[in-house]
Design a protein around this ligand. Structure first.
Ligand code: GDP
Ligand code: GDP
Length: 438
C-alpha cells in the first residue's frame, strides 16, 4: 500500500505548485485519478524505491464568520482523514495568518503525522524569517521553494521517514502494549449501544466472550490491530447475546464509575440534542478525574448544514474546557466516521501515559520563563527552577521554585500550552503543580 500525503493550507500558498513537484519524479503517473473529483487532485510520485500518493486538497475557503469545520471543505476533511502524513503548507513570504492558526488547531486535534512546510522560501534566512511559524505548535518548520524545486527531495524524505518511524517504533518496544480500558459515556439515547454494536460487528475487531458477567458490571475484552482493549460498562449498557442494549435507566453514578476505571473515555454527544447540561457535567467530571478523552458527536447524519454549525458553536462555548481533546463527527447508525476514532483513542492513551524526562521538562520550563517570566505579586517574584513528572494518566508536572503560590492561573495555562506542544498531548488533561521550596 502506498502511503498517502495530503497537502493542506490556505489558498495561494503554493499547494498546486508543490503538488506538481511531488508528482513529477521520473516514474510518476501524474494525475492518475484526474477528473475523478473537481475539488481534489490525486497523483502519485516516487522517490528512490518509495512510491506515494499525493492529494492536493484545494484549500480552505476563507470565511471570517464561521468556524473552522465549515471553512474546511468536506472534501478536504476527507483527504486529511485518508492521509498518512499531512503536509501543511504556509507562505513564508506572506507570513502567518489567522487562517493558518485555525488550520493548525484542526490538525493538532486530529493527532495525525504532520509536517509544517514554509513555501516560497527561496533566498530566505530560515532562522530569522521562519521563526514565527513555530507559534503554530506543529514543531519544526521546513523551508521549501516549490517554484524553484528547492527542498523538495528532503521534504519527501521526511514525509516517508515519518511513516517508517511508526513501524520500528512499535517493534522496538518489545513489551506488550497494555490493555486500554475504554468507556463509552454519554446521555441516554446518545447512541452508545449503536456505536458499540457497530464496532463489535467489525471484522477487524475481535471480541472475546466474557465469562461470569455479573449484574452490576460488565467488561468486554477485545482486540483491534493487535492492541488489547477492555470495554467498560457505562450506565445502563448491558449485553444481550451478541449485542448491547440500553436496558437500564441512565445512571450518573455508573457513568462516573466507568469514567474512573477507564484509561480513555469516548464521550458521545447526541447532535440532535445539542450540548446539554448533562453532557457538560459528564465532560467536567472527565476533566476532573484526569481521564484521557475523545469527543464524538453522533447522529451527524440527521443534521443539516445550519444545525451542524449550531452544534459546533455549542461545543466551542460549552465544552471549550475540553479543547485538548480530539473532536469527531460520526454517525453510528450509518457507520460513518467510526474508523478514525481508533487512532484518536490510541493517541489519547499515548498522551496520557507519556513519559516526560526531567531535563526536557526543565529546559522547557526555563525557556518559557525566558520568553515570559511570571508576574511579580507585591514584593514576591515567583522563581521557577526545575520541573519533573509526578504522575501519568493524567500526566502531572511538578514545578519547583520559590514563591510559587503567586504564580497566576494565566501563567500556568501559558506553561501548560508549552508542555502540551512539546509532548503532543492531544486528548489528555495535564496537571501542573507548584511546589515551593522552603
Ligand atoms: P495554491 O492555491 O495553494 O494551490 O497555490 P498555487 O500553487 O496556485 O500558487 C500560488 C502562487 O504562488 C502562484 O502564483 C505560484 O506561482 C506562487 N508560488 C508557488 N510556489 C512558489 C515558490 O516556491 N516561490 C514563490 N516565490 N512563489 C511561489
Ligand atoms: P444509547 O442509549 O446511548 O445506547 O443509545 P442507542 O444506541 O440505543 O440509540 C438511541 C437512538 O438513537 C436509537 O433510536 C438509535 O437508532 C438512534 N441512533 C443511534 N445512532 C444514530 C445515528 O448515528 N444517527 C441517527 N440518526 N440516529 C442514531
Amino acid at each position: 500500500m502506498k502511503p498517502v500525503i495530503a497537502l493542506v493550507g490556505r489558498p495561494n500558498v503554493g499547494k498546486s505548485t508543490l503538488f506538481n513537484r511531488l508528482t513529477k519524479s521520473r516514474d510518476a503517473i501524474v494525475a492518475d485519478f484526474a477528473g475523478l473529483t473537481r475539488d481534489r487532485h490525486y497523483g502519485t510520485g516516487k522517490q528512490g524505491k518509495h512510491e506515494y500518493i499525493v492529494i492536493d486538497t484545494g484549500g480552505f475557503e476563507p470565511d471570517a464568520s464561521s468556524g473552522i469545520y465549515r471553512e474546511m471543505a468536506r472534501q478536504t476533511q476527507q483527504a486529511v482523514a485518508e492521509a498518512d502524513v499531512v503536509v501543511f503548507v504556509v507562505d513564508a513570504r506572506a507570513g502567518l495568518s489567522g487562517q493558518d492558526h485555525d488550520i493548525a488547531q484542526y490538525l493538532r486535534r486530529l493527532g495525525k503525522q504532520c509536517l509544517l512546510v514554509a513555501n516560497k522560501a527561496e533566498g530566505m534566512l530560515e532562522g530569522v524569517q521562519l521563526s514565527e511559524f513555530y507559534e503554530l505548535g506543529l514543531g519544526e518548520v521546513y523551508p521549501v521553494s516549490a517554484a524553484h524545486g528547492q527542498g523538495i527531495r528532503g521534504l519527501v524524505e521526511l514525509a516517508l521517514e515519518r511513516l517508517h518511524l511508526e513501524e520500528p517504533d512499535g517493534e522496538a518496544e518489545a513489551e506488550p502494549e497494555p490493555t486500554i480500558k475504554l468507556a463509552v459515556a454519554g446521555r441516554p439515547n446518545a447512541g452508545k449501544s449503536t456505536l458499540i454494536n457497530a464496532w463489535l460487528g467489525e471484522e477487524r475487531l475481535v471480541a472475546f466472550d466474557m465469562p461470569g458477567t455479573t449484574r452490576d458490571a460488565i467488561s468486554v475484552p477485545f482486540e483491534r490491530d493487535g492492541q488489547k482493549f477492555e470495554l467498560i460498562d457505562t450506565a445502563g449498557l448491558r449485553r444481550k447475546g451478541r449485542v448491547f442494549e440500553a436496558i437500564e435507566k441512565f445512571s450518573v453514578v455508573k457513568t462516573l464509575q466507568a469514567i474512573d476505571s477507564a484509561n480513555v473515555v469516548l464521550l458521545l454527544l447526541d447532535a440532535t440534542q445539542g450540548v446539554t447540561d448533562q453532557d457538560a457535567h459528564i465532560a467536567g467530571y472527565i476533566l476532573e478525574s484526569g481521564r484521557a478523552v475523545v469527543l464524538a458527536v453522533n447522529k451527524w447524519d440527521a443534521l443539516d448544514a445550519y444545525q451542524r454549525q449550531l452544534v459546533e458553536r455549542a461545543i466551542e462555548s460549552k465544552l471549550g474546557f475540553l479543547n485538548f481533546a480530539a473532536l469527531h463527527f460520526i454517525s453510528a447508525i450509518k457507520r460513518q466516521g467510526l474508523g478514525p476514532l481508533w487512532p484518536a483513542i490510541l493517541q489519547a492513551h499515548k498522551a496520557a501515559t507519556c513519559k516526560m524526562p526531567t531535563p526536557v521538562l526543565t529546559r522547557l520550563l526555563l525557556e518559557a520563563v525566558q520568553f515570559q517570566s511570571p508576574k511579580r505579586a507585591g514584593m514576591f517574584r515567583p522563581k521557577l527552577r526545575y520541573a519533573h513528572q509526578g504522575g501519568m494518566n493524567p500526566p502531572v508536572i511538578i514545578v519547583h521554585g520559590n514563591s510559587l503560590e503567586h504564580v497566576t492561573e494565566a501563567y500556568k495555562r501559558f506553561l501548560e500550552g508549552r508542555f502540551r506542544k512539546e509532548f503532543n498531548l492531544v486528548g489528555t488533561p495535564l496537571r501542573i503543580e507548584m511546589k515551593t521550596s522552603k
